[in-house]
Design a protein around this ligand. Structure first.
Ligand SMILES: *Cc1c(COP(=O)(O)O)cnc(C)c1O
Length: 338
């Protein structure tokens, strides 16, 4: 990130820090397809401990993490997974659970807060007794934080409740926890407690956590043993992967959508003005802008961005002000030390 630029487009834009590059250079590595890479092994053990699960597996992407998890839980043909209609797994993973895995998606409406109504989840469950006509539910997927719902956090109470439902019906629970650390920090709940009810969790390392590549999935030892074979099947067995594991790093922030309620302001215009002030953000729709915080965004970047937002809104509503030009120049200089 160029100094003085506040880049809120996504947390996937983070570049590896000096410390990460040094760790990559120094990493002790071996062939991880044989399970022999000591850096990968240590990292996986550490992630399993942090997440409160028996075992962990490094995967190249969050998409593969979710796919491998769904396939590990739904290893009988004719399986169905209950998942949110606005979920990442359903909308943004190229349909992999069906096209590659033969798993049937049963969508339940996502509420604006990222949950699915528990009554609707229960109503969607299909048991094997009528299997002549329908697929059999084997898995429920939650997403925490929920990206498409503006980074909303699912509470530990809600997660536990869905876990109880899953257990009562003999189903597994998977959490797409691409940004689960954001939820943990925002809710003030330790991450292992937050995902206690889940049989598996997939966590992105390259989002808010700022690592250059990869995700981890966690779960029981039996789940990870299955997942390792599926990862290999999908072409995700990696050799000296310790180089990537060494870069995985912890630093957490939040993900936000900004909704524009004033009809005189379009997200395109607002973004143009902000971009000129070195605050980078992308429109999500004509009335919504996506803002993503990550570990390379400092408190003073946030302060500067907030000031620019206020001034940009003023400018759009009243016509340009010289004061804004003035202030933005000063603030850019001030924030360029970060
Ligand atoms: C980014 C993301 C993923 C997938 O991660 P990739 O590494 O881009 O494949 C999965 N779920 C959510 C909620 C995400 O934001």
């Amino acid at each position: 990130m160029a100094s003085g630029v506040v880049d809120l487009r996504s947390d996937t834009v983070t570049k590896p820090s000096e410390a990460m590059r040094a760790a990559m250079a120094a990493a002790e590595v071996d062939d991880d397809v044989r399970g022999a890479d000591p850096t990968a092994r240590r990292f996986q053990e550490e992630m399993a401990a942090i997440m409160g699960k028996e075992a962990a597996l490094f995967v190249p992407s969050g998409t593969m993490g979710n796919l491998v998890s769904v396939l590990a839980h739904c290893d009988v043909r004719g399986s169905e997974v209950i998942l949110g209609d606005a979920s990442h797994v359903h909308l943004y993973e190229a349909g992999g659970i069906s096209t590659v895995g033969g798993v049937h998606p049963k969508t339940v409406r996502n509420n604006p807060n990222g949950t699915m109504d528990v009554d609707e989840i229960v109503a969607a469950i299909r048991h094997p007794d009528g299997a002549l006509y329908h697929a059999t539910t084997r898995l429920i997927c939650l997403e925490n934080t929920h990206g498409n719902c503006g980074g909303k956090c699912l509470s530990v109470e809600y997660t536990d409740k869905v876990g109880e439902i899953a257990k009562a019906h003999g189903l597994k629970l998977h959490i797409d926890g691409a940004r689960i650390f954001n939820a943990s920090v925002a809710l003030g709940v330790p991450v292992d407690r937050l995902v206690k009810a889940a049989d598996s969790v997939s966590v992105c390392l390259s989002k808010g956590l700022g690592a250059p590549v990869g995700s981890v999935i966690v779960g029981s030892k039996a789940f990870i043993d299955k997942a390792r074979i599926l990862r290999k099947t999908l072409g995700g067995g990696m050799r000296q992967v310790g180089v990537l594991c060494a870069a995985a790093h912890v630093a957490v922030r939040d993900t936000v959508f900004l909704d524009i309620v004033d009809s005189r302001i379009s997200s395109d215009k607002l973004c143009q003005i902000l971009n000129k002030r070195n605050v980078l953000a992308n429109p999500r729709s004509s009335k919504s802008i996506r803002l993503v915080l990550h570990y390379q965004i400092s408190d003073s970047h946030v302060q500067y961005a907030l000031t620019c937002f206020e001034k940009a809104v003023e400018e759009l509503l009243m016509g340009g002000t010289d004061e804004f030009e003035h202030l933005a120049d000063g603030a850019t200089k001030k924030s360029s030390g970060y």
